[in-house]
Design a protein around this ligand. Structure first.
Ligand code: HGY
Ligand code: MN
Ligand code: MN
Length: 432
């Protein structure tokens, strides 16, 4: 049966096979990216594999199979975080680790997350082929629900593991189908009690490095395959729920309405303009808006929107958030509607330490690739771990900077180069 979408073939079509060497295999990377792409494949050849879904669990099971084939010891904690471990010569020390996520945004691409997991696994595969045993344990992580598509939060597995997720708030959440967090957990055989147990008093990881697609255009403009992340912007997610009065679209005069959607729309336009009034690196997005009761001939009674506001400086990020909160209250007053404002997530930006930058720079020197620093506007599990331990990120070039979109693309050559860079960086961390 011919496949609807053959990612492996597309990746191999322009692959520079000279990069399959030192145990790292671009052909294996292509096969694995393709295998994951089939789980949650959409009619637009994108992927919808949201956190806490059966599909996310299915993707984890696939990777667990690869980990076991590579003779790794595999565990899964109560939050669903998967850990594959390569035994070190010395097992009594914290591990050196890598990894990423396999959940996606709705209608996402095939590299955001999977590349980081597969590149991390390539390191273990290469060592197995070379008969190399690392000095310290090496661990590959798959963090649960990085994107937060289900409960508008995100970085859930890594925040739970490091103890920064507010579980008392998390258990009150409901998804867009009205299912509670506990009910959603049950669909993949998890419980809230088990989830709580995933929090670690001791992280058990010495250093963490994540490979991720850039999701921007800087590397493409610089004509470079990979780059070094210098800092990760801090995202905040704030929910605004406008409550007006549903009514008849035909019989209600224009000057006698409490239209929740018009109020929300005024805020959406303000949100677009807010960042530039405070910071040149700030960004703000409304990607999700629910209208109730959502009938063509009904004046919207309730509207809920989620504002994603980020900056590399925490202070300016928070100023943008405050300006939007103030505006929402002003609009509600002026339009005689109510507004309920709920903070869903606010994570501090994370600068990458000099020591870890030094490791990545020396690897690029060794690989004879120009060192390029980038700032990540996107959030990553690395930033959650970065609050506790030394971390670093390797970016792989994105075609046209497109991501969170079926057209997301990174060439197999660049994917494989990022795996080589990770392997050499992990080996340097082993000697530190
Ligand atoms: O939203 C983000 O920055 C990431 O894709 N989770
Ligand atoms: Mn993403
Ligand atoms: Mn990601």
């Amino acid at each position: 049966m011919t496949k609807q979408f053959n990612l492996e073939q597309a990746l191999l079509s322009d692959y520079d096979t000279s990069w399959t060497k030192d145990g790292v295999s671009g052909e294996r990377i292509a096969k694995r990216l393709d295998a994951l792409s089939q789980i949650g494949l959409t009619t637009q050849n994108g992927v919808t594999r949201v956190g806490f879904s059966q599909l996310e669990q299915q993707a984890k099971e696939l990777v667990i199979g690869w980990m076991k084939d590579a003779n790794m010891k595999v565990t899964q904690d109560g939050a669903g975080n998967v850990v594959g471990r390569v035994t070190g010569q010395n097992e009594d020390v914290p591990s050196i680790a890598s990894g990423s996520h396999v959940d996606s945004v709705p209608e996402g691409g095939h590299f955001d997350g999977p590349l980081g997991v597969i590149a991390a696994l390539e390191v273990a595969e290469a060592w197995k082929e070379q008969g190399f045993t690392p000095l310290k344990p090496y661990e590959v992580y798959i963090f649960t629900d990085e994107e937060g598509s289900r409960f508008n939060g995100g970085l859930t597995g890594s925040r739970t593991m490091t103890g920064v997720l507010d579980m008392s708030e998390q258990v009150t959440l409901k998804d867009s189908d009205g299912l509670s967090f506990e009910e959603v957990l049950a669909t993949t055989g998890k419980t809230v009690e088990e989830f709580y147990k995933a929090t670690r008093s001791d992280i058990g990881i010495e250093r963490f490095i994540e490979v991720h697609i850039e999701q921007g255009k800087i590397l493409e403009k610089a004509n470079l395959p990979v780059g070094i992340v210098k800092g990760i912007a801090g995202p905040s997610w704030t929910e605004f729920r406008f409550e007006g009065k549903a009514g008849h679209a035909g019989n209600t005069p224009m000057n006698d309405r409490q239209d929740a959607l018009v109020a929300a729309s005024e805020l959406v336009l303000f949100i677009e303009k807010a960042p530039i009034t405070i910071s040149t690196t700030g960004v703000a997005t409304v990607g999700k808006l629910d209208v109730e009761p959502n009938g063509s001939n009904v004046i919207p009674g309730k509207v809920t929107l989620n504002a994603d506001i980020r900056d590399i400086e925490e202070e300016t990020r928070d100023l943008i958030v405050s300006s939007v909160v103030n505006k929402a209250q002003e609009i509600a007053l002026a339009r005689n509607v109510n507004v309920i404002i709920t903070e869903k997530m606010r994570t501090s930006p994370v600068p990458i330490g000099e020591d870890m930058l030094g490791i990545l720079n020396s690897v690029l020197d060794e690989m004879n690739i120009e060192n390029k620093y980038l700032v990540s506007g996107a959030a990553h599990d690395t930033m959650i771990l970065g609050a506790k331990i030394p971390v670093a990120m390797i970016f792989a070039r994105s075609k046209d900077g497109v991501s969170h979109n079926p057209a997301e693309w990174t060439t197999l050559t660049d994917c494989t180069i990022s795996a080589h860079m990770l392997k050499q960086a992990i080996e340097l961390c082993m000697e530190r």
